[in-house]
Design a protein around this ligand. Structure first.
Ligand code: XMP
Length: 317
């Protein structure tokens, strides 16, 4: 029978044998998978693991700073790279979802390559790839715009000439969480909702601007905080707000407004391959809607997505 404790023990032993005294780079995303991969590797090879955390300007509100702090607390050897401008400038005017993903993937590779270069004599690239990622990358939506789906593009950057180590690639998400628990990783990290590599860029329909990112970050923070306060965050598999660049008429005081829409999405799922929309309580939805409309400038209407996957996907792009 599979147990998390046994997995941890054998995997650490295997990593030690495989990696010896080699240096390894790993891109951390703040998500469950890369965090668990990092701690496993850290236990196996300690300071020879060099983690890189890229701020692409498309993370949730305050996420980069708070997650970087948490990782440092966990003893990881981590470098934070501020690449906000680089990503946002490459996204300017790009409307097509696939082109947005490609632009983000390309810039990520450039930024990661620069950062990985700074680690002398690195031999391995570690990734938090889990089993469903391998399946998803051949699905209809095409490869996800993370580092993992770009291995076979031409003209490889230097870090891609590295040997690959993927300690979680036989596991499903729930197993990764159990492994994380066995490693002593804190619950709030293990319980974090999945978040896509291209971040808020694929939750802003059409072109991405710094203003839209700022609006979405505020609305999303209100949404997620309310789910936490209502004790619903851990019951939902994934939740997030989406910015719809559709203007509609509203009224604020005596003023007519003509502003954008925020859509709330929350789903139940096991592995993201299929999903049902969550029946969130009306009173919670009402509070979130009021708070977003009252506090977030540029939004005068909030809607709730009641579509399941399939045929809708979880993300809107
Ligand atoms: P969809 O939208 O395909 O999403 O139903 C399924 C799950 O995958 C996540 N997702 C991504 N994750 N890079 C990622 O790392 C991506 O490009 C990407 N696209 C979707 C999504 O958030 C959901 O959990």
């Amino acid at each position: 029978d599979w147990t998390a404790d046994a997995f941890v023990e054998t995997t650490i032993a295997e990593l030690k044998a495989k990696l010896g005294n080699d240096k390894v780079v790993l891109g951390l995303s703040g998500g469950v998978d890369s965090s668990v991969a990092a701690i496993l590797l850290h236990k196996a090879i300690g300071k020879n693991l060099h983690c890189i955390f890229v701020d692409n300007g498309l993370l949730r509100k305050d996420e980069f700073e708070s997650v970087l702090e948490q990782y440092k607390h966990m003893g990881l050897n981590i470098k934070g790279v501020d690449a906000k401008e680089r990503f946002l400038s490459q996204l300017a005017g790009v409307k097509d979802p696939e082109l947005k993903r490609k632009a983000i993937g390309r810039v990520f590779i450039e930024v990661f390559d620069d950062a990985a270069h700074e680690v002398q004599d690195v031999v391995w690239l570690a990734q938090g790839t889990i089993y469903p990622d391998i399946i998803e990358s051949v699905s209809v939506k095409g490869p996800s715009a993370t580092i993992k789906s770009h291995h076979n593009v031409g003209g490889l950057p230097d870090f891609m000439k590295l040997k690959i180590v993927e300690p979680l690639n036989t596991l499903f998400k729930d197993e990764v969480r159990r492994v994380g628990k066995s490693l002593g990783i804190e619950g709030f990290i293990l319980g974090r909702h999945p978040f896509p590599g291209p971040g808020l860029a694929i939750r802003i329909l059409g072109d991405v601007t710094p203003e839209k990112v700022a609006i979405l970050q505020e609305a999303d923070a209100i949404y997620i905080n309310n789910l936490k306060e209502a004790g619903l965050y851990d019951k939902v598999w994934q939740a997030g707000a989406i910015f719809l660049p559709v203007q509609s008429v509203g009224v604020m005081g005596d003023e007519r407004t003509y502003e954008n829409v925020i859509c709330l999405r929350a789903v139940e799922s096991v592995d993201g391959m299929t999903a049902d929309w969550c029946h969130l309580p009306y009173n919670v939805l009402a509070k979130i809607s009021n708070e977003i409309i009252n506090k977030v400038k540029g939004i005068n209407r909030v809607v709730y997505d009641i579509s399941s996957k399939p045929p809708a996907t979880i993300e809107w792009e």
